[in-house]
Design a protein around this ligand. Structure first.
Ligand SMILES: Cc1cc2nc3c(=O)[nH]c(=O)nc-3n(C[C@H](O)[C@H](O)[C@H](O)COP(=O)(O)O)c2cc1C
Length: 185
């Protein structure tokens, strides 16, 4: 008999990246802060908490997108204006970059854990989220626009918006195909 799944297991399984179909309803800044306030309990080696967040609230979105679009070559601007106008708000996670590989990897791992916490908590509140790693996250003009300093990395653009229709479920590979048990040779 299959055991009943916990709420947490169900939320992990049901969460989907919401990539389109956002409603125009503004995303309350207080909600994003509340979700981050829980998400920040992610594991973080050395308690470095190698993160900070820049929030583009719905009220600022249009003017932000206009400035962002200006960082793209002329021929891409119309396309990018349309693309970035769809989400209702953006959250931009910024990671502390460490020149030592071990610490760099730990920092990226920690902020990734926090972002998955955030995605799960947002799903629970019917706030749509997708973590995007489009090319502009490495663009110096975008870093300048956001005030990202040397020694920091934009980890992604988190597109946010409430949604009416849940995205279709996606497949995952059965774990037995990705699992092996070590045996002494
Ligand atoms: C680090 C990271 C980067 C991602 N970058 C993108 C992206 O640039 N564009 C995109 O459409 N989705 C991006 N995604 C979302 C994945 O496409 C999505 O998680 C995958 O399709 C599985 O769908 P699901 O999240 O609904 O299960 C990214 C996810 C992660 C974890």
């Amino acid at each position: 008999m299959e055991q009943t799944k916990s709420n947490l297991a169900n939320i992990i399984r049901e969460r989907r990246s919401v990539k389109n179909g956002y409603s125009e309803k503004p995303v309350p800044t207080e909600l994003v802060k509340e979700l981050l306030d829980d998400a920040r309990w992610a594991p973080t080696h050395g308690l470095r908490e190698p993160w900070r967040f820049i929030y583009i609230p719905s009220e600022e979105k249009e003017s932000f997108v206009e400035s962002l679009v200006q960082t793209f070559p002329l021929e891409m601007r119309e396309n990018r204006r349309e693309y970035f106008s769809k989400p209702a708000a953006f959250l931009i996670p910024v990671m502390t970059v460490d020149p030592r590989q071990k610490q760099w990897e730990e920092n990226f791992g920690a902020i990734s854990c926090l972002l998955q916490n955030f995605q799960l908590l947002a799903w629970e509140r019917q706030l749509g989220v997708v973590w995007k790693t489009d090319a502009q996250i490495h663009e110096p003009k975008v870093r300048d626009l956001l005030g990202v300093e040397a020694g920091e990395k934009i980890v992604g653009f988190i597109h946010l918006g409430f949604f009416d229709q849940q995205p279709k479920p996606k497949k995952r590979t059965p774990i037995q195909e990705k699992f092996s048990i070590y045996k002494k040779q």
